[in-house]
Design a protein around this ligand. Structure first.
Ligand code: 13P
Length: 248
């Protein structure tokens, strides 16, 4: 049985002091969570998050990193910097980064390779726009995103990866994909991983759904055979709601 993973993507919300207070509030509520619980604050909040999460079952992830080790890359953050802080996960290729910060499948792939090289677990985001869904190319597009993101990744590494299927039209809109739509694409992703790496890797890899996941719909979504938890935006900013999701 794969463990379900509930990850909160805080996006550009919360200050370092709010981060500590939030994790102190969240920790007792998720102490017995059946799911793996991850919070992903902004880079400047990571030290506060790691410190507050110490001694709890809450794990900490970053929202992005750069694929070079170090050097003249103003404003960027390396894998070593995250590891030195005690961060263990990193979200890569979120649609907001693709849309506003010119991330491409190729840069996502470079970051995924660097994350694995250094020992960070990538949470790789894929998903279609409304226009692409209406054109009927969701499966083709998501398969291509997955294949490019995993180029050069070994089967052993793929087993430990997390892929988050996040339809862009369901992000922050309150418009969740139906359970059937979410399961269908997550299943497609698992089949794609099976084609690339075989059934062991396909069975082991974690595939999340993201897009307006909340305390009311998480249990049904997470009960699907190919949905191994969720990548949660808005609802992860409320300790009560996120704890319900983490316990789903
Ligand atoms: P919402 O849960 O706010 O729709 O955001 C989803 C998301 O983008 C998580 O990465």
């Amino acid at each position: 049985m794969r463990q379900k993973v509930a990850a909160g993507n805080w996006k550009m919300n919360m200050t370092p002091s709010q981060t500590s207070a939030f994790i102190n509030e969240l920790a007792p509520k998720v102490a017995d969570a059946c799911n793996t619980v991850i919070v992903c604050p902004t880079a400047v909040c990571l030290p506060a998050a790691v410190s507050a999460a110490k001694g709890t079952n809450i794990k900490v992830g970053a929202q992005n990193m750069y694929f070079e080790d170090k050097g003249a890359f103003t404003g960027e953050i390396s894998a070593d910097m995250l590891l030195d802080l005690g961060v263990s996960y990193v979200i890569l290729g979120h649609s907001e980064r693709r849309q506003y910060f010119a991330e491409t499948d190729e840069t996502v792939n470079k970051k995924v390779l660097k994350a694995f090289e250094k020992g960070l677990i990538p949470i790789i985001c894929v998903g279609e726009s409304l226009e692409q869904r209406e054109q009927g190319i969701t499966a083709d597009l998501v398969r291509m995103q997955v294949k490019i993101a995993l180029m050069g990744v070994s089967a052993e590494q793929a087993k430990t990866a997390i892929i988050a299927y996040e339809p862009i039209w369901a992000i922050g809109t309150g418009k969740t994909a139906t359970t059937e739509q979410a399961e269908e694409v997550c299943k497609t992703i698992r089949e794609c991983v099976c084609e690339l790496y075989g059934s062991d890797a396909a069975e082991a890899i974690t595939i999340q759904y993201g897009g307006s996941v909340n305390a009311k719909n998480s249990a049904e979504l997470f009960a699907q055979p190919d949905i191994d938890g969720g990548l949660v935006g808005g609802a992860s900013l409320k300790a009560e709601d996120f704890s319900v999701i983490a316990n789903s």
